[in-house]
Write a protein of this length. Sequence first.
Length: 394
Amino acid sequence: MTEDESEDPQHLMRMGQPPSNRRELLRKLIWIGVWLVFLSAPVHDLVAGRHTPAGTAAGSVGLAVFVGAYLALVFRNMGRPFPGPVIAVLVAFLGVLAVVLCLTLGPAWLGLFCYVSVACGATLPVRAAYWAVPATGAVLMLVGLRTDVEEAKSLFLLVVLIGFAMTGVGQLVRTTVELRQARATVAQLAANEERLRLARDLHDLLGHSLSLITLKSELAGRMLPGHPDKAAQQVADIEQVSRQALVDVREAVTGYRRPRLSAELAGAQVALTAAGVTAELPTEPDLTGIPQESESALAWALREAVTNVVRHSGARRCVVEVVRRQTLDGPVLELSVEDNGSGGSGSAPGNGLTGLTERLEKAGGMLEAGRAGQGFRLVARVPTGVPVHIGSRA
């Protein structure tokens, strides 16, 4: 499981991205539409028959234009925002239209300033929003002096708070987008670095061998007509060099495929957390003096143990320890994985534990697995070349 899959599943609304399907489109429309509750007062004012037919028609058109501009501005900002000048013009247009509608149609329209404040907080840069939101509240109070001061006072705090709240939401969206872009950049850089490292290793492994094969092939070609015995020797040298090159490549590929204990610990943390298991793991184990083959064996043991915990144990807690111990057979590095689950239903060791035992024995180590109290415990040990000092953990 990757980090993006765990944090950005298909059934959730993706912040800072345009909707990719109808379901996301519907969710984002609902999220925006919740704020349309403040239109109840203007709509009621229009249908109550308090204005002339011309005034009602003009008010309906003005309200429709206001809502359309607001939805276009806020909804577009959730995915692909308008350019800065366009946003500024639209926000100013909403403010002017709200002032005109309130002064011409009455205090029932003061709620439009809530939408102006939301637009300021959600779409403007943070510094601009910090003065635009209070300015919206101030304009509301000035308009209230001409219409209804008490109504303006009751809406002032809401207008300011809702504007600053949307400023925080907008900053969260921008941070989420920047984080997603940074993750993509880091992943790309890591992939590029790995390609360069592989290219360097292959060049170091094969450059000399292929050059030698080419040279000896040319010599064999020149010797073949008159000196077949010397040409045969060159061909034998070519075979030897090519076989050695093949061995080098296989060792290099094995090194790339070999699991590392630190990487497996990080993967175990993700897997256990995703399975709802409380995990306690070391962060940076001391691997001084541990051969790569021994580290690889411990990494395979950790992977198998965590897989069993997630799939079969039903555990709610798992503790992983990597410690150095002094035993009668000498210093060892010990990996222990203990959980509080059932340990599975099988009574005999499975293929995974059998394979781990063979792998650890090949590295000079050993494996122990069985019930431990209320759970199951797996212990893998490999020898180290570094003695454990007296007083260290044993």
